[in-house]
Design a protein around this ligand. Structure first.
Ligand code: SAM
Length: 291
């Protein structure tokens, strides 16, 4: 039996055999640590009952580990040169489908319907994400009308810290709110830069997103207004909430009574607000006619 794809010696041999070079523009840093690969599959708690979507299979190191444990794996890869390589390397795994696809342009609900034998089984996303596009991919996933049972993804440590941040910290911002608005975020484990070929300049971490146990209370009147307020409040992080709101709503808007009613000090910095407070603020501003 061939060695696992994720073994460093095998990865090197594959790249040599197919004349491949990691493409920086596609964020290609291949994982070459079997322990980490298995740890990812464990963290996502993959079972034969799961439909798994992998974004960016690369040479198939993670795909192979997923195939051994999942019911079905749908792997979406943008780099057309890797498609025949993946098809070759993973030919023995009949539960894997490889598609040439830019995930940002993917109609994920349609793919789930057409590619999975039983689309009603749990849907999990597992990926070593390309660094250059981590946040847009996460936002794309979370704004797609699909119930994700688990999103288990590798990213730069710094982005992982933003996703899992709590109010009052430097890392807490628009991305934190956008993600935690829908999902519970937990840092699963850190991964050294030495686990990749080629080696990136930064360390990584795995973040585990699972559905929130309860909805945000109060629910915002609309997602659009909620994110308008959140983006506006974080526009100038060093400024007070009051100054950010003034910039967002216009100099003449008299929103201080709204803050007062909510018990929010206008002098706090935006990162002090919880998601529930952003939601309450959105609703109160909308009701007062300031939005
Ligand atoms: N999964 C492999 C591994 O762990 O070794 C490769 C991970 S590498 C960090 C990211 C992969 O995502 C690359 O294979 C890259 O070509 C692919 N990729 C980049 N942008 C993409 C996009 N928009 N849609 C789908 N795949 C993409």
């Amino acid at each position: 039996m061939a060695e696992s794809i994720g073994k460093l010696s095998r990865t090197r041999a594959i790249m040599k055999k197919y004349g491949l070079h990691a493409k920086k523009g596609y964020g290609q840093n291949f994982l070459t640590d079997l322990h980490v690969l298995q740890h990812i599959v464990d963290a996502a708690e993959i079972t034969k009952d799961d439909n798994v979507i992998e974004i960016g299979p690369g040479l198939g190191a993670l795909t192979e580990q997923l195939a051994k444990r999942a019911g079905q794996v749908l792997a979406l890869e943008i780099d057309s040169t890797l498609i025949p390589v993946l098809q070759n390397l993973l030919a023995a795994y009949h539960n894997v489908t490889i598609k040439e696809q830019d995930v940002m342009k993917a109609d994920l609900p349609a793919l789930i319907k057409s590619e999975f034998k039983d689309p009603n089984k749990p849907i999990k996303v597992v990926a070593n994400l390309p660094y250059y596009i981590t946040s847009p991919i996460l936002i794309h996933l979370l704004s797609t009308p699909v119930h994700w049972d688990v999103i288990c993804v590798m990213m730069q440590r710094e982005v992982a810290d933003r996703l899992t941040a709590v109010p009052g910290t430097k890392a807490y911002g628009t991305l934190t709110v956008a993600v935690q608005y829908r999902m519970q975020a937990r840092l699963a484990f850190g991964v050294s830069r030495h686990a990749f070929v080629p080696q990136p300049n930064v360390d990584s971490a795995i973040v585990l997103l699972t559905p929130r146990s309860g909805e945000i209370q109060p629910q915002p009147v609309s997602d659009r207004l909620f994110f308008r307020v959140v983006r506006g409040c974080f526009a100038h992080r060093r400024k007070s909430l009051r100054n950010n709101l003034r910039a967002l709503l216009g100099k003449k808007s008299d929103f201080l009574p709204v803050l007062n009613d909510l018990g929010i000090d206008p002098q706090v910095r935006p990162e002090q607000l919880t998601i529930a407070q952003f939601s309450a603020l959105t609703n109160a501003l909308a009701e007062a006619g300031w939005l």
